[in-house]
Design a protein around this ligand. Structure first.
Ligand SMILES: NC(=O)c1ccc[n+]([C@@H]2O[C@H](COP(=O)([O-])OP(=O)(O)OC[C@H]3O[C@@H](n4cnc5c(N)ncnc54)[C@H](O)[C@@H]3O)[C@@H](O)[C@H]2O)c1
Length: 164
């Protein structure tokens, strides 16, 4: 897909790290972007920074260049509402980037908990939520009858045996 001004993107985990860099790069190319993240403070900071970048490279627009939505990717209702808000704001969805991710605070082999704050949560954020967002993104793009791109950011830790 050619990245053209006027397209729209939704980035989960866009308040920090790789997601933040992607949001800024998209706005520099004139692509309207919704940031989804748990961190409201960082998300709003990135939205302000990205909006400045948008205005450096692109003319003022009738749509808000960037929208931040505080949302937990493991909550299907919140996620569906966020995609809906994106479509209501921009009239469709061209690019979905699933970048929200965590690592477990406890090494798997040392974990004596039920995993709800460690390995189970990590699977929910890094795997289940990515599948869920991918499905919602496909359905959103199909409803608009316009092809799009979905990018899921993973880690080598998901491929290699690793107990850390
Ligand atoms: N940093 C690396 O070297 C590296 C290398 C390879 C892959 N990755 C992968 O890239 C992705 C992003 O990594 P990063 O280093 O930018 O991480 P990061 O911690 O800087 O950013 C992740 C973002 O996801 C958000 N997030 C976490 N849980 C969430 C939830 N339940 N709902 C909504 N938002 C949530 C966090 O608030 C944070 O803003 C991860 O999937 C990671 O595994 C990172």
């Amino acid at each position: 897909m050619e990245l053209k001004p006027g397209l729209s993107a939704l980035v989960t985990g866009g308040a920090s790290g790789i997601g933040k860099a992607l949001v800024v790069a998209l706005l520099q190319k004139g692509i309207f972007t919704t940031i989804i993240d748990l961190s409201e403070e960082k998300g709003k900071e990135v939205a302000s920074l990205a909006e400045i970048e948008f205005l450096k490279f692109n003319a003022k627009s009738e749509f808000p260049p960037v929208v931040f939505i505080k949302c937990d990717v493991t909550d299907t209702n919140e996620i569906r509402a966020a995609f809906r808000k994106h479509v209501d704001t921009y009239g469709g969805l061209d690019i979905c980037i699933n970048c929200a991710g965590i690592s477990s605070p406890i090494p798997f082999d040392k974990d004596r908990t039920d995993g709800c704050k460690s390995w189970r949560l990590t699977v929910n954020v890094n795997l289940i939520a990515v599948i869920n967002c991918t499905q919602i993104a496909i359905q959103t793009m199909q409803e608009a009858r316009k092809p799009g791109a979905i990018i899921n950011i993973g880690s080598a830790s998901g491929l290699l045996p690793n107990v850390c």
